[in-house]
Design a protein around this ligand. Sequence first.
Ligand code: ATP
Length: 318
Amino acid sequence: MTDAIVAEGLVKRYGDVTALDGVDIRVAEGSVMALLGPNGAGKTTTVRIFTTLLVPDEGRATVAGLNVVEDARVLRSKIGASGQYAAVDEYLTGYENLDMVGRLYHLGAKASRGRARELLEQFDLVEAGDRPVKGYSGGMRRRLDLAGALVARPQVLFLDEPTTGLDPRARLGLWDVIEDLVAQGTTLLLTTQYMEEAERLADQIAVVDRGTVIARGTSDELKARVGGERIELSVQDVGDLDAVSTELSSLAVGEIRIQENIRRITVPVDGGTDALVTALGRLSDRGIAVFDVGLRRPTMDDVFLTLTGHQVELEDGQ
Ligand code: ATP
């Protein structure tokens, strides 16, 4: 299978800040890649290079076989992109926004109008279509923005944090729409800070931290790297956390995590429910009161913590 999106050794600096420090990515045609990482990891910079909005300082990138620098003009007509902040005109209606995009792509008046109506239908915006966008909800704006990226039926699509800021219901709705697109054969690269989003939508995940890809694979492969399941246990009395940690340390196959503020301890284990039964037996023998307990598969948060040795950091150092 050919690769629709390729990056080799991308480096991008903004003055003293090295935003990308040698990014390598390959996305097979018709597949979905998620770039997963916290704020400031370099996700947007990578997407801006692929979509010809930025020129890399080093390295090369191609999309649909076209070089993002040398073939930028031709490439722009072949890709669709939707950014973090919905790029729609507030004062135009949904229909007018889509029609305008069609004209910008030189589809012609008739085809632009037809495509606009078709997309409004596909994105469940028919009723709102003739109202100005300034009255739209966040979810409706995102859907309209995504519709705008699809006007020219691109084979390769870039979505930068498509569901950031949306409520859970709107997020689920957008995931359905994205899955439908992918089922039709579109190659998709999306960026996200949400572990479950990457898991749900992507065939391959690249974990990005401080301008480099620190791990890649399917969500199952990434999870396999951080061990088996987690016992997650809350105690009644915060003073019991250390005793629980001691009692369960022989069951742990990785680092035990203690969160005092929510009286919770997380223990990576092998052996699933057997390990859980053993753990509860030991705590009961010690007379430790357990408030809540569960066994769960590792999340991408766990993956990030294990791979980077630090929790997801916000850019302002929080
Ligand atoms: P976010 O989710 O916040 O967009 P990100 O992973 O997409 O995060 P980038 O926006 O690519 O990260 O930023 C990578 C690094 O480059 C950050 O440290 C950021 O502050 C810096 N950066 C990005 N754009 C510029 C710019 N125009 N000038 C200076 N520094 C920049």
